[in-house]
Design a protein around this ligand. Structure first.
Ligand code: NA7
Length: 535
């Protein structure tokens, strides 16, 4: 029997203190629920707590990558740059926690290891590293889409004599690379952001590239007060336009509803030049079919390859850096000086596409029998995305079925919000919802508000549980696949597909198209929670 001091009765346990967990707690407090957030880190912030690598920034403009639910918050908070740094976003999240008085209900430095549904009481028990047994009606997994670090299991990894880092687990005190020879493994977004800064500091950097990445310039700059004032004067309009756009942001450069295939070369060049000059992810919104038609996509690919060649002096290196894949099939990177970094004499690029890293020995990575001697290894190798954080918790629903088993062939959800057989358990930005294909904060707000309304509706109706039917879930998974099949997202080995983690089932996890998704969620509610069973 657990002593009383180690038992806690709650309405809702929320796992994770990032944007999703904090906003969920705020909404739960508004509903008068007894809710508690449990967070593994020693501070709030989630993704922005852990990813402190040099150059870490959001690739969505700060004025849009911010919470829109509170008018005074959005008016009073001052972003300083077009793209906010990790430090600024973390300060913002800490401000949000203070401002809405959330700290009292957040337990830090505590890892949730298991949660189990008791069918006789309709309650979940939650097991955590602080030894407290929590019992609650609702569990909200606000565990993040990119929170389970993926460190590849390369033979001899632990034999390396130097220091190793993962970008998503960066030391809080920072890392001094002066006079060090550094290996960076990976060339995704975290590598693209950190390599220029590491190269400026280190004696030498060797980048191990398995797949060349597509990057467009950020053109980051300080925010002009006049531009900020203009947005703030119509913030509601900005937020509305974001919600109505497929990626839930893009106020300055919305998607043009024209085909790249109808444009001649001069028009293509002019359009891409304009987008390139502004910078950022809106490059892919230049034409409506860039992620739908390979020939349309090829026009963007050709343009970016030309830009890479212009930026990189050595033609061989430029060729290696030039992808032959679909632009945007893996998330497009937004860079500041990435390609030009390869012009530095202290940076070299090693292609490991056909000849992978064999092993790591005491001195460094070994490729094709050659040992690359380094002092430090930076793993910029990404995450077990979308399902990884959930997979690390033993989640047991009705009939003792575990989520790991239910998802063994790929994630199954209804609306990315709930899973059949797991009543009253919600996922924020779960697989099967637009999540990582959008401005995450807009998706998070939409999910949290939907969950809060669903919980309130249960209580108003004197009901106890909500969960999807198997039929609704099967239909939804089919729908997500069908939508994704109409896009080019299947054309590469991305983390959207789980392809970056050996053994992970290949299933396209997010759902393209935010406004359509939001309309379905609203309609489901209007139809009295169609596809859900409420008891
Ligand atoms: P990503 O985008 O998943 O990038 C990881 C990189 O690491 C990518 O280039 C991988 O190559 C590479 N990788 C992974 N394992 C290996 C091994 N074993 N050998 C060589 N290279 C490897 O993660 P990020 O952290 O950069 O970005 C994640 C998201 O955060 C990003 O999309 C933004 O939304 C923000 P691969 O391409 O798989 O061949």
């Amino acid at each position: 029997m657990t002593p009383a001091a180690l038992r806690r009765e709650l309405d809702m346990v929320i796992v994770g203190a990032g944007f999703a967990g904090l906003y969920m707690l705020h909404k739960a407090n508004e509903l008068g629920l007894r809710a508690e957030v449990i967070e593994r880190g020693d501070g709030v912030g989630g993704t922005w707590y852990w990813n402190r690598y040099p150059g870490a920034r959001c690739d969505v403009p700060s004025m849009e990558y911010s919470l829109g639910f509170d008018h005074r918050l959005e008016q009073e908070w001052e972003w300083t740059e077009k793209y906010a740094t990790q430090a600024e976003i973390l300060a913002y999240i800490e401000h949000v926690a203070d401002r809405f008085d959330l700290h009292a209900d957040i337990t830090l430095s505590t890892t949730v290891s298991a949660t189990r549904f008791d069918e006789s009481t309709n309650r979940w028990s939650v097991t955590a590293s602080d030894g407290v047994e929590r019992s609650c009606r609702f569990v909200v997994m606000a565990t993040g889409c990119l929170s389970a670090a993926n460190v590849p299991d390369i033979e001899g990894r632990d034999a390396f004599a130097g220091r190793t880092f993962h970008t998503g687990r960066w030391p809080h005190e920072g890392v001094d690379f002066a006079d060090r020879r550094v290996a960076v493994i990976g060339t995704g977004s975290s590598a693209v952001q950190s390599i220029p800064l590491i190269a400026a500091e280190a004696e030498h950097v060797t980048v191990f590239q398995r797949t060349a990445t597509w990057a467009v310039p950020a053109h980051n700059e300080p925010l002009e007060p006049a531009a900020v004032a203009e947005i703030k004067a119509d913030y509601a309009g900005w937020r509305r336009r974001a919600r109505d756009s497929s990626s839930a942001f893009g106020g300055h450069q919305p998607r043009r509803d024209v085909s790249a295939l109808d444009a001649d070369e001069a028009e293509l060049a002019a359009q891409y030049d304009e987008r390139w000059a502004v910078g950022g992810l809106s490059f892919l919104r230049a034409y409506e079919d860039l992620l739908l038609d390979e020939r349309a996509n090829a026009t963007a690919a050709e343009y970016i390859r030309r830009k890479i060649a212009e930026q990189v002096d050595d033609p061989e290196t430029a060729a290696l850096l030039s992808p032959d894949t679909i632009v945007g099939c893996k998330r497009l990177c937004v860079d500041t000086g990435y390609y030009a970094t390869y012009n530095r004499p202290n940076v070299r690029l090693i292609d490991v596409s056909s000849d992978p890293i064999d092993r790591i020995d005491e001195a460094g990575p070994v490729v094709g029998g050659v040992v690359y001697e380094v002092d430090d290894i930076v793993f910029a190798t990404g995450f077990d995305a979308m399902t990884g954080a959930l997979d690390r918790i033993a989640i047991e629903g009705r009939g003792g079925r575990t989520l790991r088993d239910v998802w063994s062939a790929g994630p199954l959800t209804y609306l990315g919000l709930q899973i059949a057989g797991f009543p009253n358990l919600f996922t924020v930005t779960g697989p099967g919802s637009p999540s990582v294909l959008t401005n995450m904060i807009v998706s998070i707000e939409q999910h949290v508000e939907w969950i809060a309304a669903a919980v309130a509706a249960l209580d108003d109706g004197g009901l106890h549980t909500i969960e999807p039917t198997d039929e609704a879930q099967t239909e939804w998974v089919g729908y997500v696949n069908e939508v994704a099949n109409h896009t080019l997202f299947h054309g590469c080995s991305s983390w959207y597909l789980g392809a970056n983690v050996p053994g992970k089932p290949r299933v396209f996890m997010p759902l393209p198209g935010f406004p359509e998704y939001r309309a379905v969620c609203d309609q489901v509610v209007a139809d009295n929670y169609r596809g859900f069973v409420r008891t």
